[in-house]
Design a protein around this ligand. Structure first.
Ligand SMILES: OCc1cccc(Br)n1
Length: 444
């Protein structure tokens, strides 16, 4: 190669020095984590840009929080999986801290911290890396990025309807239709009303929901055993499991009566869905409870209609979370949308975008004496907002053309002696091959 030393171009091998004695480090990222080299980073940037554009369309402001939080934010006694897999540890100040497994508790913490200084309703969104520590036996990831949108301070169902509309908008932007995905929608008030009928104590509500959320994952008799264990009576368990099989709102109304909040909330949501124009995206499904302890009302999850993938996203109302952190009770609802299942869905639907690197100009000097001149040209172009890949070493034209193709450059700007003497450079349009001599001060 050009270096003539047999090594990789750009490496320095100095035979006079002994080889360094280092333990070869493991160049892979830690178990369950990912690197984002350029190709993967282009896809991630594309995905996040879509999250951001939808959030902008809905008037939401972007926020973020530390990846590291006090472990206390996640200590909920409802037996959630997210707590079993908490990435917690003691820091050097002997504080119990954790890598955040989700973003909602951080949101609650900041809303309480800001108190009356922040106007309601709050409409914030975040895209944050979240962590879990799971035995690698299942080879699953330990980190993912999650898009969250939350509305704080709106008790009406219009908030849930707005959030579902934002996810529909996101799916449509990616070319995903209501034939590809849908939302299962229910309300935890459905369970609450049943538990109240059987005078099951309020403080069991979260535990019951977390157990019922495992319905698809563990056998029914294990569900019943766990419900019994937390203190739910046999009759209440039977009625609970019966209610979860209800197939329609009218059937629900027959069983729970027309005046309950669960029925009226769901009716309002379906009416609003019709106005938003996304009725064909949502369906009532009484078995949906979601696995987070703090949901209190409407819950929903996005699913792929071919049922090949795990839930794509999920969310709901959590009106009690702030008060459990010692804050004032504030109505709240939101959703989380992870960066893993959506990639599988896009692959399934052939919707992965073709993303190539892009640079407008590659600039190189034809003579080592003109490297400074090439730097001047690069600076002029950059100050005009043009991207420039500046060739930093003396390279053959063959090498430059090869690199130009690899980085998908639009133009090649050659700085050559004869032209430079006249204050000009050669501009080559790479896809057409057209070539012009251009005065440097007229470059654009
Ligand atoms: O979906 C639950 C979850 C939380 C944190 C990290 C990962 Br990967 N997954």
């Amino acid at each position: 190669n050009e270096n003539g030393d047999g090594g990789r171009p750009g490496t320095i091998s100095n035979p006079s020095l002994p080889p360094p004695i280092v333990e070869k480090i493991d160049v892979n990222p830690p178990k369950g984590t990912r690197d984002f080299p350029p190709e993967e980073m282009r896809f991630r940037t594309w995905l996040f840009n879509n999250f951001r554009e939808v959030s902008r369309l809905f008037g939401f402001e972007e926020v973020d929080y530390p990846v590291l939080e006090s472990e206390a934010l996640y200590i909920r006694k409802a037996g959630e999986e997210i707590k079993d897999q908490l990435y917690g540890f003691e820091d050097r100040g002997n504080r119990r801290v954790a890598l955040r497994p989700e973003l909602t508790p951080s949101l609650a913490r900041v809303v309480i911290q800001k108190g009356k200084s922040v106007a309601l309703p709050i409409k914030w969104f975040a895209i944050g890396q979240c962590w879990r520590y799971e035995r690698m036996t299942r080879g699953r990831r330990r980190e993912h990025y999650q898009w969250n949108m939350d509305i704080i301070g709106v008790p009406e169902i219009t908030a849930e309807a707005e959030l579902i509309s934002s996810i529909v908008t996101f799916f449509k932007r990616l070319g995903i239709t209501s034939s590809d995905v849908g939302f299962k929608v229910s309300s935890r008030k459905l369970l609450q009303e049943v538990l109240q009928r059987y005078s099951v104590p309020e403080d069991l509500f979260s535990k019951v929901c977390v157990i019922i959320d495992k319905m698809e994952k563990i056998p029914m008799d294990e569900i019943k055993r766990e419900l019994k264990l937390v203190g739910v009576s046999e009759d209440a368990i039977e009625q609970l499991l019966q209610v979860l099989t209800i197939k329609s709102l009218s059937e629900l109304e027959e069983i729970l009566g027309p005046s309950g909040d669960a029925v009226s909330d769901l009716k309002s949501l379906f009416l609003l869905a019709d106005k938003f124009g996304y009725s064909d995206w949502i369906q009532f499904d009484a078995s949906i409870v979601r696995g987070l302890a703090y949901y209190t009302g409407i819950v929903f999850e996005g699913f792929d209609r071919e049922r090949k993938l795990r839930a794509i996203c999920g969310g709901g109302r959590y009106d009690r979370l702030l008060s459990t952190f010692g804050g004032d009770d504030l109505p709240a609802c939101g959703f989380g949308f992870g960066d893993a299942v959506i990639v599988e869905l896009l692959k399934e639907k052939g919707l992965l975008p073709e993303l190539s690197p892009q640079v407008e100009n590659i600039v190189c000097s034809l003579d080592p004496e003109l490297q400074g001149a090439a730097s001047q040209v690069a600076t002029i172009l950059r100050e005009k907002g043009q991207s420039v890949d500046l060739v930093l070493e003396s390279k053959s034209l063959k090498w430059v053309f090869k690199r130009a193709a690899r980085i998908n450059a639009g133009r090649l700007i050659l700085v050559g002696n004869s032209e430079w003497q006249k204050g000009m450079v050669v501009v080559k349009i790479l896809d057409t091959g057209e070539q012009f001599d251009v005065k440097v001060d007229q470059l654009e």
